[in-house]
Design a protein around this ligand. Structure first.
Ligand code: CA
Length: 225
C-alpha cells in the first residue's frame, strides 16, 4: 500500500515517514501544497496524510481540487490544536478523518489502517484468505499459523493482494502501489516478487491470469476472507 505524506515540518515528516515505512508502506513525501497536489493528482495513492498548513497552496485548497477532479482517495488531515474551524472546512472539502497536532504516531497508524480497511470494504483489522492471515498492526503474515518471513516488498505485495483478494490485479497496478515515486520501477521485477511470494505462501494461492495480471484467492475448500 502506498501513502502520500504532505507535511512541511521537516522533523515531523522524517519521523512520520520512517514510522510509515516501518509499518510496511511505500511512502512519498511532499513538503508544500503544490507538490502535494501534483503527486496526489498523478499517482494512485491508497491513502493521503495532508497537513492543512502547507506553503504555496494550503491543504484545504489542495483537497478541494482533488475532490473536484473526482479523486476519491481517503484523506486524513492534520490540523493545529484548537483550530476547530479547520476541521470543519477540511471535512467540507472532502476529508475522511483528522488528527490534531501533536499526536501519537501509533494513533496515526491506527487511523490509516482503519481508512484503508474501510476503503477496501474489509470489516476486521486482520486480513484472511483461507489459511493466509495478515495483521497490518504488526506488519506480519502467516500461513496455517506458521509465521512468514517476508522482505518489506514481499509484505507490501501480499498486503495489496490480500486487500484486493479475488480481483485480478495488473502488474502496472502492483508497481504503482508498491513502490515509491523515485524508485526505478520495472514491472518485470513484480514477476520475480510474485515468484518468491508463491514459494513462501504456496504457489496455488496466486494465479496468473494471462495478459491481465494476478489474483489471490483461497484454495478450494478454504474459507474466503
Ligand atoms: Ca504545516
Amino acid at each position: 500500500m502506498r501513502v502520500l505524506l504532505a507535511e512541511d515540518d521537516a522533523d515531523l515528516s522524517r519521523q512520520l515517514k520512517s514510522a510509515l515505512v516501518d509499518a510496511g508502506y511505500a511512502v512519498d513525501h511532499a513538503a508544500d501544497g503544490e507538490e502535494a497536489h501534483f503527486l496526489g493528482d498523478t499517482e494512485p495513492y491508497d491513502v493521503i496524510v495532508l497537513d492543512l498548513g502547507l506553503p504555496k497552496i494550503d491543504g484545504v485548497s489542495v483537497l478541494e481540487r482533488w475532490r473536484r477532479d473526482g479523486k476519491a482517495t481517503p484523506v486524513l488531515i492534520l490540523t493545529a490544536r484548537g483550530a476547530w474551524s479547520d476541521k470543519v472546512s477540511g471535512f467540507d472539502a472532502g476529508a475522511d478523518d483528522y488528527l490534531t497536532k501533536p499526536f501519537h504516531t501509533e494513533e496515526l497508524l491506527a487511523r490509516i489502517r482503519a481508512l484503508l480497511r474501510r476503503s477496501a470494504g474489509h470489516a476486521s483489522a486482520v486480513l484472511t484468505c483461507g489459511a493466509l492471515r495478515l495483521d497490518p498492526r504488526a506488519a506480519r503474515a502467516s500461513v496455517d499459523g506458521e509465521p512468514l518471513r517476508l522482505t518489506s516488498l514481499e509484505y507490501r505485495l501480499l498486503h495489496y493482494l490480500m486487500m484486493h483478494q479475488g480481483r485480478v490485479i495488473s502488474r502496472t497496478e502492483l508497481v504503482e502501489h508498491l513502490y515509491e515515486q523515485d524508485f526505478d520501477r520495472d514491472s518485470n521485477t513484480i514477476e520475480v516478487f510474485v515468484g518468491r511470494l508463491r514459494k513462501k505462501i504456496g504457489s496455488d494461492r496466486i494465479q496468473t491470469v494471462r495478459g491481465l495480471g494476478y489474483r489471490l484467492s483461497a484454495l478450494p475448500g478454504e474459507a474466503e476472507g
